[in-house]
Design a protein around this ligand. Structure first.
Ligand SMILES: Nc1ncnc2c1ncn2[C@@H]1O[C@H](COP(=O)(O)OP(=O)(O)OP(=O)(O)O)[C@@H](O)[C@H]1O
Ligand SMILES: [Mg+2]
Length: 495
């Protein structure tokens, strides 16, 4: 036996054996990082578009400031060097002003006026254009020439600026990198906070509950292992309370069952010895038959019958007490022959004039354990015979018929008799062990055992009809499912 401490250590070890990578906490951590990053991407797209427009606007503002100063004098009088200096400072190739009539006037221009690749009207750009423009610049830009124009401040004139997008793209890349780093930082912090909180609120209590469940499973009889619920109002609190209540109930039921099992063991020991004693009594009383004394001849058969009943009672109880029926060994069984065998056995028992009628077709097959099916049929048939022979009345027809039909993969066997039908008590406790008997000397185990055996075949046993003159029990047994693989390999095998 393990010491309780050892058991607990083992339990804890089993709990710990959930690898960290598959633990709930890790999954949660990774998911949180993923979701925050996703949210950041959604925020990033409009903000990079905005960044690009603002950057261009600033350039245009500076150009406009220079342009307004230049307008005070004659811009064309500016020397080549001065023009180049101005353009270099702004990072542009040309600055122009446009009046109300849409006529452009060049203020400063590089020596080689560049060819423009893209026109951007700052006043007319909507969000969609801004977004696609930003993505375009980020992914494919860097060597394009832009012409940017739009109103500046309160001025009634539009300004124009021609500039390469190289610096714009550089600034956008730096901005993106910063946003990415910041997003990572934010998601890490958020994930850590979420992780810590969820770990506190959920994972730890769940782990504690799992541990106590394993603890309980190891020794369900030990009251100290019932989970002690924390005072929580949330779902985990409810789960803990329900678990504690369930464990208490289970413990009580287990206690009761243990008492019953102990009692059952004691009864079956007594029963076993009793059967041996009765068997010896049976042997001895057999000799009474030889005594010619009429008084002895009168009571000897009664005594023998009483002993017979007592022995069969003991044997039935012993058989039921045996742990479990073995699993059925199923093969194709010819039902007609099996029914004949059952009738043969019962025919010896009785000379009550019961008419046995085997209506099963000669080729009818059932997929079942033949021994177990034999027992089921014997139990049903014997019940019927017993009921009919007890039913006095010379003119009454006593017939027991067995028939069978098949529907697809399901075989249905009907056991019909012309007896008086099941008494009320038997009906109320149909298939309940020890309680169903309404017959003196009956154990009330026959139908319970029969049902258990049929169920082990995946089938059902039911009382279809029971009234004076006609009682029908139906056994339904489905064929075993055939594994497709097995069937295929059987087909492939050479004959
Ligand atoms: N065909 C039937 N016709 C009338 N009564 C029946 C029939 N089959 C079963 N019964 C009733 O159902 C009761 C329960 O049957 P079951 O076979 O479980 O127990 P039993 O026959 O009393 O005892 P045993 O354990 O020896 O079979 C019987 O006592 C009987 O009263
Ligand atoms: Mg019976």
């Amino acid at each position: 036996m393990n010491e309780p401490g050892d058991a607990r250590a083992e339990t804890t070890a089993r709990l710990r054996s959930v690898p960290l990578s598959r633990g709930l906490s890790t999954k949660l951590l990774l998911l949180t990082i993923l979701f925050v990053m996703l949210a950041e991407v959604l925020i990033f797209l409009p903000s990079i578009a905005n960044f690009r427009l603002t950057w261009l606007e600033e350039r245009l503002n500076t150009a406009a400031a220079v342009g307004i100063v230049l307008l005070q004098s004659d811009p064309l009088s500016l020397s080549r060097e001065a023009q180049d200096d101005v353009l270099k400072a702004i990072g542009a190739k040309a600055i122009a002003i446009r009046d109300d009539n849409g006529v452009s006037q060049l203020l400063v221009v590089a020596e080689m006026p560049p060819a423009v690749d893209e026109h951007i009207d700052l006043a007319e750009t909507d969000m969609g254009e801004a977004l696609s423009g930003a993505i375009d610049t980020l992914l494919f830009g860097g060597d394009r020439m832009l012409r940017v124009f739009g109103p500046v401040g309160d001025s009634d004139k539009d300004f124009e600026l021609v500039l390469p997008d190289q610096r714009l793209r550089g600034a956008m890349l730096v901005y993106s990198r910063n946003v990415a780093l910041l997003s990572l930082l934010i998601s890490l912090i958020t994930a850590a906070l979420v992780f810590w909180t969820i770990d506190r609120i959920m994972i730890r209590p769940v782990r504690a509950m799992t541990r106590s469940m394993l603890d309980f499973a190891e020794a369900p009889g030990d009251p100290s292992r019932i989970v002690v619920p924390e005072r929580r109002g949330d779902e985990i609190g409810v789960a803990e309370r329900e678990l504690a209540a369930m464990q208490s109930r289970l413990q009580r039921v287990l206690g009761e069952q243990k008492h019953l099992a102990d009692l059952g063991l004691a009864v079956s020991k007594i029963n076993h010895d009793m059967r041996n004693i009765l068997a010896s009594a049976q042997l001895l009383s057999d000799r009474l038959r030889a005594i010619k004394d009429p008084a002895v001849q009168a009571f000897a058969p009664k005594l023998l019958r009483a002993l017979d009943r007592a022995v069969s009672y003991s044997e039935n109880v012993l058989a039921y007490g045996r742990a479990q029926e073995p699993a059925p060994l199923r093969r194709r069984v010819r039902l007609r022959a099996l029914v004949d065998e059952v009738f043969g056995l019962l025919g010896i028992d009785t000379d009550s004039g019961v008419d046995f009628q085997n209506d099963v077709a000669a080729e009818f097959e059932v997929d079942a354990d033949s021994d177990q099916l034999f027992r089921v049929l014997t139990n049903l048939a014997r019940n019927a015979v017993q009921a009919m022979t007890a039913d006095k009345g010379i003119a009454v027809v006593h017939r027991l018929a067995v028939s069978a039909e098949r529907s697809g993969t399901v075989a249905r066997i009907l056991v019909t008799d012309t007896g008086p039908g099941l008494p009320q008590k038997a009906r109320e406790n149909l298939f309940a062990a020890f309680r169903g008997s309404a017959r003196s000397g009956g154990t009330g185990l026959g139908l319970a055992i029969a049902q258990e055996l049929v169920r082990a075949h995946g089938g059902t046993l039911e009382l279809v009809e029971s009234r004076g003159g006609r009682t029908v029990f139906a056994i339904t047994i489905p064929d075993q499912p055939v594994s497709l693989e097995q069937a295929r390999s059987a087909l492939r095998r050479p004959a």
